[in-house]
Design a protein around this ligand. Structure first.
Ligand code: MD6
Ligand code: FE
Length: 217
């Protein structure tokens, strides 16, 4: 029997971990939709290929990125921002596929945030050695909506810090299908990804893929 995402979400309980008020880890939540997610992703990257963005400080990011949705997160010498146009193609970003939107909304509801309307899905691709240093997600216009973050492919260790950069961070191993829902009092916590170890996953090859859904505007 195949259940809809929403029936799945209603039944989903067992592997849910509350990290702190506002942050919930839904272990394996995306796994039932893995095939449809990777099909949709293949279509997105033909229109908006992965690229290594340049930070405002002039460094090439080790994580390759693309986006889908009404806006995309971009970085260059001028700064970080959301843009409705992909600067590589000068066209709008690919639309957000239904399987992405439904997954993000079901996860948000499971984490206690109803009516999540993401307008961006940032797609991060990590190869061995790629990392994301501690940061806050604060380029969005408001912080009332949560962030939904989907981990796929090879594993990684998530650094979960506090509200100040110098606060000690705990390490959370994330594996294929894990979804983090993160908002309210946790929305501006520092976080990052440790350098990814070599690995192989049948759906992503040597990569870790992360989908981060946000309401940017
Ligand atoms: C990643 N994620 O997991 C990077 N940000 O590859 C993030 O930077 C992130 O997972 C905000 C909320 C959840 C996240
Ligand atoms: Fe982030």
């Amino acid at each position: 029997m195949t259940l809809s995402l929403f029936e799945d979400a209603a039944l989903y309980q067992a592997r849910r971990e509350e990290l702190c008020p506002g942050a919930t880890l839904l272990r394996g939540f995306a796994a039932p939709n893995e095939a449809a997610i990777f099909e949709a992703l293949a279509c997105i990257v033909t229109q908006a290929p992965f690229r290594h963005l340049i930070t405002p400080g002039g460094f090439r990011m080790s994580v390759a990125m693309t986006n889908c949705g009404s806006y995309g997160w971009v970085s260059d010498r001028a700064g970080y921002r959301y843009d409705a146009i992909d600067p590589e193609s000068n066209k709008p970003w690919p639309r957000m596929p239904d399987v992405f939107l439904n997954l993000a909304q079901a996860a948000a509801a499971n984490g206690g945030f109803d009516d999540f309307e993401p307008d961006v899905c940032l797609v991060n691709r990590y190869e061995a050695g790629a990392r994301l240093s501690l940061h806050q997600d604060k380029n969005e216009r408001g912080f009332s909506a949560p962030i939904v973050s989907v981990s796929l492919g090879i594993p990684a260790v998530f650094l979960w810090g506090g509200s100040r950069r110098e606060d000690k961070a705990v390490r959370i191993p994330l594996t294929h299908g894990d979804v983090m829902v993160w908002g309210g009092p946790a929305r501006l916590r520092y976080h990052g990804i440790l350098p990814v170890k070599e690995g192989y996953h049948p759906l992503s090859g040597v990569h870790r893929i992360n989908l981060t859904f946000r309401k940017a505007i």
